[in-house]
Write a protein that binds this ligand. Structure first.
Ligand SMILES: Nc1ncnc2c1ncn2[C@@H]1O[C@H](COP(=O)(O)OS(=O)(=O)O)[C@@H](OP(=O)(O)O)[C@H]1O
Length: 314
């Protein structure tokens, strides 16, 4: 089948040797890192001070970060806010759960975030090996969410093409970079494996989620998430429908229609609107973009890279 909208047709069964690379990516510590962060990573690794009840949401871009931020914020703050007065009604999840400000540690290594109320919730796209030493040695909780790699590529392609002042690759370029492990924060397989292996080694510190499973059974996965975080739902809360209310509130259909997410300006200079974080929110949309030969090619790469790990992608 030829991709309906995209340009990844039958020729993609073999690598495209003239596909473009992203000029704003640097190979650093084994990963493809946006160049503007590279010099901040070592200061962050050395100086960020984790504390035991920190919560860290770790993702590869376009894997379900926004959704997970809304869910974690809602679970942790459910005794503080009702769903009608939660700040999520008028604040994008990326503002409530910020990414680590990597440059902070470059400019001021002794930055003190200890005044943020506990539990502090941070997020990052960094791979596990690149996290700050104190995170690895503390008892804090890390939640990782991954996603079908083909949907991930399509989502990323749409996103970067909606940004301003960035390199805008074609879908085919995105696919080729992904196959080479040169997409932002790639390789996908090493990014996922770092967290996968830690979730096996330290299951009470690292939870490994999948976008598709969260979509398929949001209630069960949200309960699992709450338990992992140390904020389990009580029998009373389950009876009164609290889990379903949080799930419905954080659903794609609800969040995307909030005024702040329809028209609000996104944090950072390059994303023109929060709207860009909400596109279609579907599983398996990639079949409209990739032909079977392209799917086979990347599936084979993944099979080889993940072999023996127990981690698979359908
Ligand atoms: N609440 C909710 N439920 C389900 N899906 C959601 C939700 N919010 C965002 N999305 C979809 O997630 C994709 C964006 O991924 P991220 O949030 O990881 O993007 S980012 O890295 O934070 O920029 C992007 O996927 P695609 O629609 O496939 O592009 C979003 O539409």
């Amino acid at each position: 089948m030829e991709g309906k909208e995209g340009n990844i047709g039958s020729s993609s069964s073999t690598p495209n040797l003239i596909a473009k690379s992203n000029p704003n990516i640097t190979q650093f510590q084994g990963f493809s890192i946006p160049s503007q962060y590279v010099s901040a990573i070592i200061p962050f690794q050395k100086h960020f001070q984790a504390i035991d009840d920190d919560i860290i949401i770790a993702t590869k871009p376009k894997s379900g970060t926004t959704w997970l931020k809304a869910l974690v914020f809602s679970i942790v703050n459910r005794h503080r806010y009702t769903l009608s007065n939660t700040p999520l009604n008028f604040t994008n999840p990326h503002v409530l759960v910020p990414y680590f400000d990597l440059n902070l540690y470059k400019e001021n290594p002794n930055s003190d975030l200890s005044t943020i109320p506990s539990p502090r919730i941070f997020s990052t796209h960094l791979p596990y090996p690149m996290l700050a030493d104190s995170i690895k040695h503390s008892n804090c909780r890390i939640i990782y969410i991954t996603r079908n790699p083909f949907d991930n590529i399509v989502s990323y392609w749409h996103f970067v093409n909606g940004m301003t002042n960035v390199f805008k690759p074609s879908l085919e370029d995105c696919f080729e970079m992904f196959c080479r492990g040169e997409e932002a924060y790639g390789p996908f397989w090493d990014h996922a494996l770092g967290y996968w292996n830690m979730s096996l080694e330290k299951p009470s510190n690292v939870l490994f989620l999948r976008y598709e499973e969260l979509k398929e059974d949001s209630v069960a996965q949200t309960k699992r998430l709450a338990e992992f975080l140390g904020f389990p739902f009580s029998t009373e809360e389950e009876k009164t429908g609290m889990v379903n209310q949080i799930v419905d509130f954080c659903s794609f259909d609800n969040l995307k229609d909030l005024e702040v997410n329809k028209t609000g300006k996104a944090p950072g200079p390059r994303v023109p609107s929060n709207k860009l974080f909400f596109r279609s929110g579907k599983v398996g949309d990639y079949v409209n973009y990739f032909c079977p030969a392209a799917v086979e090619r990347l599936s084979n790469i993944l099979k080889e890279k993940l072999s023996g790990s127990g981690l698979t992608f359908k």
